[in-house]
Design a protein around this ligand. Structure first.
Ligand code: FMN
Length: 195
C-alpha cells in the first residue's frame, strides 16, 4: 500500500471488532518509529507509550474498575463489568501519554499535546498500512487521577488515548468523509482602509 493510500483508506476499527493476532514486537517498534516522525516543536519529546498486552490487559481493566468505583462508589454492576472487559477485546493496547514540560516557554502545553496527537495519527496510519485495525479511545479513564498515577503522570500531564490494535474481524466498510472545502476559505487579507 502506498503511503497516500494508507492515509486515504484508514478508518477506525472499534475494539470489539479486533482480534488476534496483534502486532508483534518488530511491528510495534515500526509503528512507534512512525510516531517519532511527528512534528515536535523544540524537540520536547512529550510522548510516552505504554504497551499493554497479554495478562496486563486484565490488570488495566481492573485499574479502570478501581477508578470507576473511586469516582462512583455506588456504580452499578453492569458499569463495573464494562470497565473490566474494556481492555479484553484487542490483543494490544498502547496507553499514549503526554508529559507536559514548562521548560520551554515557546512550546506551550497545547503544542506538546498536538505533537503527541500527531504521533498517534502516524501510529494509526502505520498500523493500518500493515493490515491491522486500530482505535483511539479516551473517556473518563483518560482524565482519571487514579489511572493517570498508574502511568507516572502528574496533574498537568495527559493521557492522549488508549490505542487498541489488532486484526479486524471483518473488512471495514467505507464511510463518507467530510468535504474539506466545507471548512476551507481562501484568505486574501483584511480589507484596506480605502475599500
Ligand atoms: C483524542 C480522541 C479520543 C477519542 N475517544 C473516543 C472514545 O472515547 N470513544 C469513541 O467511541 N471514540 C473516540 N474517538 C473517536 C474514534 O477514535 C474514531 O476517530 C471515530 O470513531 C471515527 O472513526 P474514524 O477514525 O474512522 O473517522 C476519539 C478520537 C480522538 C482523536
Amino acid at each position: 500500500m502506498s503511503s497516500i493510500d494508507s492515509l486515504m483508506t484508514r478508518t477506525s476499527v472499534p475494539p470489539k471488532l479486533l482480534t488476534d493476532p496483534g502486532p508483534d514486537d518488530a511491528q510495534i517498534d515500526g509503528f512507534l518509529a512512525a510516531g517519532m516522525r511527528a512534528p515536535d516543536h523544540g524537540a520536547m519529546q512529550p510522548w510516552r507509550f505504554h504497551i499493554v498486552r497479554g495478562a496486563a490487559r486484565a490488570r488495566l481493566g481492573e485499574l479502570f474498575v478501581e477508578a470507576l468505583t473511586k469516582r462512583d462508589p455506588a456504580a452499578p454492576a453492569d458499569a463495573i463489568e464494562k470497565e473490566r472487559l474494556r481492555t479484553s477485546f484487542a490483543p494490544v493496547a498502547i496507553v499514549v501519554c503526554a508529559k507536559i514540560s514548562e521548560a520551554n516557554p515557546n512550546v506551550p502545553p497545547v503544542e506538546q499535546i498536538v505533537t503527541t496527537g500527531a504521533a498517534v495519527q502516524n501510529v494509526l496510519t502505520a498500523a493500518h498500512a500493515a493490515g491491522f485495525g486500530a482505535f483511539l479511545a479516551t473517556g473518563k479513564n483518560a482524565r482519571d487521577p487514579h489511572v493517570k498515577a498508574a502511568f507516572d503522570l502528574e496533574e498537568q500531564d495527559e493521557i492522549i488515548g488508549f490505542l487498541y490494535i489488532g486484526t479486524p474481524r471483518t473488512p471495514q466498510s467505507e464511510k463518507p468523509r467530510p468535504d474539506p472545502k466545507t471548512f476551507t476559505t481562501e484568505w486574501t487579507g483584511l480589507p484596506l482602509a480605502a475599500e
